[in-house]
Design a protein around this ligand. Structure first.
Ligand SMILES: [Zn+2]
Length: 68
């Protein structure tokens, strides 16, 4: 199965039994569990960016969930 590589955003290959994720572009070679962690890590970074953005506009770090 073709999936998006979490490292280089090119096309990576997910094993049919979800046992591995490999990317020939950046030599990524991890288990599916590791892949999920990488995705979560990336999402966390995006969340941080959004959080910083919110801080710039609202000037507060608390109660941001209510603003969504
Ligand atoms: Zn890659």
């Amino acid at each position: 199965m073709k999936i998006k590589c979490p490292k280089c955003d090119k096309i990576a290959e997910l094993g049919d039994d979800f046992s591995y994720v490999k990317c020939s572009n950046c030599s990524l070679d991890v288990s599916y569990g590791e892949y999920v962690k990488l995705i979560a890590y990336k999402d966390a970074r995006y969340t941080d960016i959004l959080g910083d953005y919110a801080k710039d506009t609202s000037g507060t770090t608390s109660g941001t969930l209510d603003d969504w």
